[in-house]
Design a protein around this ligand. Structure first.
Ligand code: NAD
Length: 531
């Protein structure tokens, strides 16, 4: 990265232009141009080149906002997006096709039931400050792929990147379909006053509630990608040096400003001292001259967030066993670990969203699980370092948006896996195909052939008991379970399933065979006609 790259100064989008921007995006959606899959692919390919051409400028902007190391800008943001784009470009035609693999009673085969993939419309994407490129652009990839028009509102707390994102989108994407609105609460409020077909929000729970309330007024669907009090679990069956090293990585990248990183770690009591020693050793390995002097370690985004994180260090009743140093003038907080002895300690109860985390010793696995469920039963991420049986027990008894076994938040680092929270940590998912699905409406379509009217006679008045009986025979199948809910099997069951096409009587089976032949004949006839 060259150092003389100029990043534009932050400029909020004039509020009075917002209604017109949204109206343009909506009119473009209504023009039908985004429905063309080839058009979407062209936009995605242009986005790819935009990210390539802007790589250095993005790195410079993120360095300005968060002192993000250029190495991390590539690994956790730009390269992440390339992987997502790569998959989307390869698979979009397949994803956009009608899905015929839907389940329906066999007798409805002639109706060719299918799911048509339709773009939702004009969508709003609101981003946070910590991954100021990736978290804005990854949902945009999904919106473009699905055929939506979109407006992105990056966080004002990472102002340099917000401006570069705006420039990139304006220079590379269709200017009548994709926009970036910059600003803070007034601009976001003006955006929320508009009608949307979906709002995709990433950030904290307080703002999520404001957005959900506003969206409810117009019954607008919302995706919430939120945070949480992420637990980790370390037992004596694990490789302590490896778990310490990996957890330290998870909380030092981006100076811990990662929604997925562990907030607290439950460590089996008799290995706590060894675990702390391993953490200290890993710290020395990562930062031989301390984290402050290296360019590999980011800074806290602003003074407000600095004060919030420092307050955890100031108010804890625990013992700081790693780091603890802070420097407000440099927005520096050292990677810090606090050994606490109570679940009520502020270091456990508050989301750190910074480089501070705590260790809480436990005696039995059941105790640890109870604590996790008490602190936050639906965190965004869960990580566990234990034996196979311990890891499985934790996975089955504690839920989370996603989980990693034997590492810190790796499940979130794979750009194409579904990513999202559960309960308090969010609703909905994105990345890879999930991003496409998030902005797509699955429209159920059937096509009823004229010749079927005789078979559909049952629905017309005057109602006929014969037609009614025939219809029930045709559309019912013999249960494969008894009155106690137990599965039944045996030759009689299999005979009816195979030769009766799943039906309970001779007449029903006959009718189903007739429908099968009629459909096959109709299909064959159509095929012959097309010769
Ligand atoms: P934030 O909630 O302060 O801001 C997010 C966005 O909301 C910004 O674009 C901001 O301009 C907007 N906003 C702020 N106040 C608003 C208001 N009153 N009305 C309308 N819009 C408003 O979040 P943040 O501080 O940028 O990020 C920190 C939080 O986000 C943490 O809780 C973290 O866990 C969470 N987070 C979650 C994910 C995820 O993918 N699940 C990713 C990153 C961050």
């Amino acid at each position: 990265m060259t150092t003389d790259i100029k990043v534009p100064a932050f400029e909020a989008t004039p509020i009075d232009t917002i209604p017109e921007i949204v109206a343009t995006a909506r009119a473009s959606f209504q023009s039908q141009k985004t429905k063309d899959v080839e058009w979407r692919l062209v936009q995605l390919r242009k986005l790819y080149w935009g990210l390539r051409d802007y790589t250095e400028k993005i790195q410079a902007a993120m360095n300005k906002d968060l002192r993000k190391p250029p190495h991390d800008s590539i690994l956790s943001e730009i390269h992440h997006l390339f992987q997502d784009l790569d998959l989307t470009l390869k698979k979009l035609k397949e994803w956009a096709k009608d899905d015929k693999s839907v389940d329906y009673p066999f007798t409805f085969t002639p109706l060719k039931p299918r799911l048509r993939k339709e773009p939702l419309g004009t969508v709003l994407i609101i981003g946070p400050y910590n991954f100021p490129l990736m978290i804005n652009i990854a949902p945009l990839i999904g919106a473009i792929a699905a055929g939506c028009t979109a407006i992105v509102k990056p966080s004002e707390n990472s102002p340099a990147t917000a401006m570069v994102v705006k420039e990139l989108v304006e220079n590379y994407l269709d200017p009548s379909c994709f926009f970036v609105v910059n600003g803070a609460v007034p601009e976001t409020t003006a955006l929320l006053d508009q009608k949307w077909d979906k709002i995709f929000y990433t950030g904290g729970a307080t703002v999520a509630k404001i957005i959900a309330k506003k969206a409810a007024e117009t019954l607008t669907p919302v995706v919430h990608e939120l945070g949480g009090l992420n637990p980790s679990f370390v037992s004596k069956s694990t490789n302590l040096a490896l778990s310490a090293r990996r957890l330290l990585w998870g909380k030092t990248i981006n100076a811990g400003q990662v929604c997925l990183s562990q907030n607290y770690v439950l460590v089996q009591r008799d290995i706590v001292d060894d675990f702390v020693k391993q953490l200290q050793a890993s710290y020395k390995e990562f930062y031989p001259n301390g984290a402050k002097t290296t360019t590999d370690y980011a800074r806290i985004v602003n003074e407000r967030q600095f004060n919030r994180i420092k307050n955890i260090l100031d108010t804890t009743n625990g013992k700081i066993v790693l780091g603890g140093e802070t420097d407000k003038s440099d927005l520096y907080i050292a990677p810090s670990v606090i050994l606490v002895d109570s679940v009520d300690d502020p270091a456990i109860k508050e989301e750190s969203f910074g480089p501070v985390w705590s260790i809480l010793p436990y005696d039995t696995l059941d105790d640890a699980i109870k604590i996790m469920n008490q602190v936050d039963p639906t965190p965004l991420a869960l990580t566990t370092f234990g034996s196979k049986a311990e890891n499985e027990k934790i996975l089955s008894q504690v839920t989370s948006g996603g989980a990693t076994i034997n590492d810190a938040w790796m499940h979130g680092a794979i750009a194409t896996l579904p990513f999202g929270g559960v309960g308090q940590s969010g609703t909905g998912a994105y990345h890879g195909k999930s991003s496409f699905d998030t902005f797509t409406h699955l429209r159920t379509v059937v096509e009823v052939p004229g010749w079927m009217d005789q078979l559909l006679r049952v629905r017309y008045s005057p109602f006929s008991p014969t037609d009614f009986k025939r219809h029930i025979w045709m559309t019912s199948s013999k249960p494969n379970f008894d009155r106690n809910g137990k599965l039944i099997s045996g030759p009689r069951y299999w005979f009816w399933l195979i030769f009766g096409l799943g039906g309970p009587s001779v007449k029903g089976a006959l009718l189903r065979w007739i429908v099968l032949f009629a459909s096959a004949y109709a299909a064959f006839y159509q095929y012959r006609k097309s010769w």
